[in-house]
Design a protein around this ligand. Structure first.
Ligand SMILES: [Zn+2]
Length: 171
């Protein structure tokens, strides 16, 4: 019981925050979205990485800015990246009709092994973000980057974990 009482207010707050972020970043323009693709930064467990860091890495790779639309920090806070109305740069062949979300982590502390390093706060935030995106794009399915790539990203089976949510139409 203690567990449930402590977690639900967090989810409600997250949903409100995500809703507000959506209103401020949609710009009134809509893309047709049929996939939400989950990524990780492939950085060691516990290492703080910011949107600014990812933005810098992606610009170094020739992107015009960060390629993901949302980033989930270790503390569970959700940060906007590339505006949702802009096509992302996160999954070859799938960018036009998808939204890319990324959590910080994905490698063991020594950086040598693929690992599901999501903190409890990140797990809650990811699910809250995905629920909000499913409300906005009811027909979008949730997939792992690795479904479309030889990479291990996002270092857990997002397609399987979120399958029920994927198949649900939230209004
Ligand atoms: Zn990825």
């Amino acid at each position: 019981m203690q567990h449930k009482i402590s977690i639900w207010p967090v989810i409600v707050v997250l949903l409100v925050v995500v809703s507000m972020m959506g209103m401020s970043t949609s710009g009134g323009r809509q893309r047709s979205i049929d996939e939400i693709i989950v990524h990780c930064t492939a950085t060691p467990a516990g290492r703080e990485v910011t949107v600014a860091d990812i933005d810098r890495w992606h610009r170094q790779r020739g992107f015009r800015r960060i390629g993901y639309h949302y980033v989930v920090y270790l503390n569970g806070s959700i940060h906007p990246g590339r505006p949702v109305h802009e096509v992302g740069a996160h999954c070859i062949g799938h960018n036009t009709h998808s939204i890319g979300i990324c959590y910080i982590g994905g490698l063991s502390t020594d950086g040598h092994h693929v690992e599901d390093t999501r903190t409890e706060a990140q797990r809650l935030a990811l699910r809250a973000l995905l629920m909000e995106l499913k409300r906005r794009y009811p027909h979008a399915v949730i997939r792992s980057h690795r479904d479309f790539s030889s990479k291990a990203c996002p270092c857990f089976d997002a397609t399987k974990e979120y399958l029920n949510l994927s198949n649900t139409t939230l209004q």
